[in-house]
Design a binder for this molecule. Structure first.
Ligand SMILES: C[S@@+](CC[C@H](N)C(=O)[O-])C[C@H]1O[C@@H](n2cnc3c(N)ncnc32)[C@H](O)[C@@H]1O
Length: 238
């Protein structure tokens, strides 16, 4: 299947005075918290939200994956892909467009509407039984494991950070169990320090590990992505 570039292409953001002029200003409404007003205002003024809507993507996150794949080229046609933390489904849509229908398994603990061409699996990655479900759906192994998983924020910085690292570690564990030789693992991590051990383990398991922060990833967010290429410890035959 050819690699579609629907909604993809170069990732640009309007900047400067024109962007400022077009911004929607929100007044604080009675009954709405200041934090909700800030979130709403950010959504209304976010060019990626508008682009995602226009392109038919379920989330602005779709542009993070298109940019990462444009750069590192891991979603080749026919690749088998597992997308962890897939809801609402922007990454899954991009993965189906690029890898092809029937090649993508989307996993999330939250409910997710079906995506045409993908298998949606409901599972909590932190629950030991999730791996059995995923292994059952990926008998011959997969070529790419994606993880955009993020926990619901508690508002407590260090608790949130620990939960984020736990999710990245769980995703890495899944990747090590289902990736085929030369497979690729792409995961969201947060700059902050305690993922150092995880990075060391990734460097041992893959030939190359790179970091990238896509343009669609908000500048003020500590999130970044690791792209680990050429898995060397697969239990599957090459
Ligand atoms: C930022 S969203 C993912 C957005 C998605 N990549 C997209 O393009 O629409 C993070 C997701 O991680 C999921 N998640 C968090 N903890 C999880 C867990 N333990 N197991 C599975 N999914 C989890 C959340 O339910 C949420 O849907």
């Amino acid at each position: 299947m050819s690699r579609s570039r629907r909604g993809g292409g170069r990732t640009r953001t309007p900047r400067g005075s024109a962007a400022k002029r077009d911004q929607v200003r929100l007044k604080t409404a009675r009954g709405r918290k200041a934090s909700s007003t800030r979130w709403l205002s950010r959504q209304l003024n976010d060019p990626f939200v508008a682009r995602a809507k226009k392109a038919g993507y379920r989330s602005r996150a779709a542009f993070k994956l298109t940019e990462l794949d444009d750069r590192f080229r891991f979603l080749r046609a026919g690749a088998r892909v597992v997308d962890l933390g897939a809801a609402p489904g922007g990454w899954t849509q991009v993965a189906v467009e690029r890898a092809g229908r029937g090649n993508v398994i989307a996993v999330d603990v939250s409910p997710m509407d079906p995506v045409a061409g993908a298998l949606v699996v409901s599972a909590d990655i932190l629950d030991g039984s999730a791996i059995k479900t995923i292994l059952g759906a990926t008998e011959r192994g997969v070529d790419v494991v994606l993880s955009d998983m993020a926990p619901a924020s508690t508002g407590h910085r260090s608790t949130d950070h620990l939960r984020i690292v736990a999710l990245a570690e769980a995703a890495f564990d899944v990747a090590c169990r289902i990736l085929r030789p030369h497979g690729v693992f792409v995961a969201k991590v947060y700059q902050g320090g305690s993922e150092r051990e995880l990075l060391a383990a990734m460097k041992a398991a893959f030939r190359m590990v790179k970091h990238a922060k896509p343009v669609a990833s908000r500048r003020e967010s500590a999130e970044t992505y690791v792209i680990a290429v050429d898995f060397r410890q697969s239990g599957f035959e090459a």
